[in-house]
Design a protein around this ligand. Structure first.
Ligand code: NAD
Length: 399
C-alpha cells in the first residue's frame, strides 16, 4: 500500500517500513563514518539496550553494534502490523537493525514486551545465558507513560505537570505553527509519586539486581541511564516539574546501583543528554518551542546534533577511550555541553522573549523540528520513494 503520515496531536499513527529502514541505515552509516571504536579501552562487547527501538536507545544500539562491534540484545514495546494498519515505527526499526547486524555476522536479538515486568527480566536473563554468557553494559533508555509495578500489580501513570503553582508559559502548536501561552495545572502529590514510579530509578535498580543475582554481569559491568536538565526556560515544566522529580530519583538510583556493582568493579552513571525530537519528547508541552529555538541557534553555530551524532560522541568521548570524563558535581556525564554553552543559551533566552507566531519562522527552526518528527516514523527520508507501493507487513517476527 501507499503509506502517508497521519498525525494526531503529538503522535503519527502510521509508519513507513522502507523509510524506517532507510533511517536506521543512515544512522549506521553515520557511525561507520566516525570510525571504529572497538579497539578503544572500555568499548563494550555485549550490550543490553532497554528501549532499543527509537530515539536515544536505538542510537545507542547502533553505536554499540556498528561503532564498538558489540553483540546487542534489545528490548522494546512495539506493535506489529495488523490488517491494513502499519506497525509502529519501532517495530520496523528493530527489523531493519537486526537485519543489518546479521548481515555483518554480528549478534543482535530483539525482545518485544513490557520491560517493567518480571517476565521480561527472566526472558532477557535466559537469552543472555544461552547466547552471550554475560553482558558488560546496560543502556537504560525507556520512556513510557505507564508502568505496571511487578510486585504490587498497580498501574502507575506518569503526568507531565509543574509542581506547586499553576503555570502560564509560552508554547507552540507544532501543527499550526502558533505561539501561545498555555495554562498548566500543578500535579497532585499522587501524580508526582506515580511519575517517579514510572520514570524514576526503581526499575533500573530492579534490572541490575535481577541481572546480578542471575550471575550474567561481567567484570567491569557499567550501566547508563539518560536524563535532561535544560535551563530556566524549561525548568518549570521539566526539571522542576514531575519529570524532574523522576529524573532526580535516577540520580539516587545511580548511586545505589554503583554501590551494588562495587564488587564487579562496575558502576552506574546518569548521562545528561541534549534536547532532540523523539516520540517521548514531542509529548512534553513547552519543550517543542524551546527545541525549535535551540535547533535554529545550534544549526547556525554549526554545533547541532541529532540523536545518532549525540550518542556517537557520548560513546567516543565518555564511555570509550581513556580521556577524562566530563562529569558534574553529582557525577553525571554532561553531554549537554554544546546545548548549554553561553553563546547558545544567551541567544535562545533572548529569542524566547521575542518569539511570536509572526516571527517564529525567522527566529526558530520549527520546520526542522517537524522534519525530525516525521523522520521518526520513516517519512521524509532522502532517497525513499513514497509513491511506491510497499508491503507494510515487512519486517520479521520479533521476540
Ligand atoms: P523514545 O520515545 O524515542 O523511546 C522510548 C523507548 O522505550 C522505545 O524503544 C519504546 O519501545 C520503549 N518502551 C516504552 N515503554 C516500554 C515498556 N513498557 N517496555 C519496553 N520498552 C518500552 O524516547 P527517548 O526520547 O529516546 O527517551 C529515552 C530516554 O532519554 C528517556 O529517559 C528520556 O527522558 C531521555 N532523554 C530524552 C531527551 C530528548 O530530548 N528526547 C533528552 C534527554 C534525555
Amino acid at each position: 500500500m501507499i503509506i502517508k503520515p497521519r498525525i494526531r496531536g503529538f503522535i503519527c499513527t502510521t509508519a513507513h517500513p522502507t523509510g524506517c529502514a532507510a533511517h536506521v541505515a543512515q544512522q549506521i552509516e553515520h557511525v561507520r563514518q566516525q570510525g571504529d571504536l572497538s579497539g578503544q579501552p572500555g568499548a563494550p562487547k555485549s550490550v543490553l539496550v532497554l528501549g532499543c527501538s527509537g530515539g536515544y536507545g536505538l542510537a545507542s544500539r547502533v553505536v554499540a553494534s556498528f561503532g564498538c562491534g558489540a553483540a546487542t540484545l534489545g528490548v522494546s514495546l512495539e506493535k506489529p502490523p495488523s490488517g491494513n494498519k502499519t506497525a509502529t515505527a519501532g517495530y520496523y526499526n528493530n527489523a531493519a537493525f537486526d537485519q543489518a547486524a546479521a548481515a555483518q555476522g554480528r549478534y543482535a536479538k530483539t525482545l518485544d514486551g513490557d520491560a517493567f515486568s518480571d517476565e521480561m527480566k527472566a526472558r532477557v536473563i535466559s537469552e543472555i545465558r544461552d547466547s552471550l554468557g554475560s553482558i558488560d553494559m546496560l543502556v537504560y533508555s525507556l520512556a513510557s507513560p505507564v508502568r505496571q509495578h511487578p510486585s504490587t500489580g498497580e498501574l502507575h501513570r506518569s503526568v507531565i505537570k509543574p509542581l506547586g503553582e499553576a503555570l502560564q508559559i509560552k508554547s507552540v502548536n507544532v501543527d499550526r505553527g502558533e505561539v501561545m501561552e498555555v495554562d498548566l495545572e500543578p500535579a497532585t502529590p499522587d501524580e508526582t509519586a506515580a511519575t517517579v514510579a514510572v520514570m524514576g530509578g526503581e526499575d533500573w535498580e530492579m534490572w541490575v539486581s535481577a541481572l546480578k543475582e542471575a550471575g550474567v554481569l561481567g567484570d567491569g559491568f557499567r550501566t547508563v541511564a539518560f536524563t535532561y536538565i535544560g535551563t530556566e526556560l524549561t525548568w518549570p515544566i521539566y526539571w522542576e516539574g514531575t519529570l524532574g522529580k523522576a529524573k532526580e530519583d535516577l540520580d539516587r538510583a545511580a548511586a545505589a546501583i554503583s554501590g551494588e556493582l562495587a564488587d564487579l568493579s562496575g558502576g552506574a552513571r546518569v548521562a545528561v543528554l541534549k534536547a532532540v525530537v523523539t516520540q517521548a519528547m514531542s509529548a512534553i508541552p513547552v519543550v517543542p518551542l524551546y527545541a525549535s529555538l535551540l535547533f535554529r541557534v545550534m544549526k547556525d553555530a554549526g554545533v547541532h546534533e541529532d540523536p545518532i551524532a549525540h550518542i556517537q560522541r557520548m560513546f567516543a568521548t565518555q564511555l570509550c577511550g581513556d580521556g577524562a570524563m566530563r562529569l558534574d558535581d553529582e557525577g553525571r556525564i554532561r553531554m549537554d555541553d554544546l546545548e548549554m554553552a553561553d553563546p547558545v543559551q544567551d541567544t535562545v533566552r533572548e529569542r524566547w522573549q521575542e518569539v511570536s507566531t509572526e516571527n517564529l519562522a525567522e527566529l526558530a527552526d520549527l520546520e526542522g523540528f517537524r522534519e525530525d518528527f516525521l523522520k521518526i516514523f520513516g517519512f521524509g527520508i532522502d532517497g525513499v520513494d513514497y509513491d511506491v507501493d510497499v508491503d507494510h507487513t515487512l519486517g520479521h517476527n520479533i521476540g
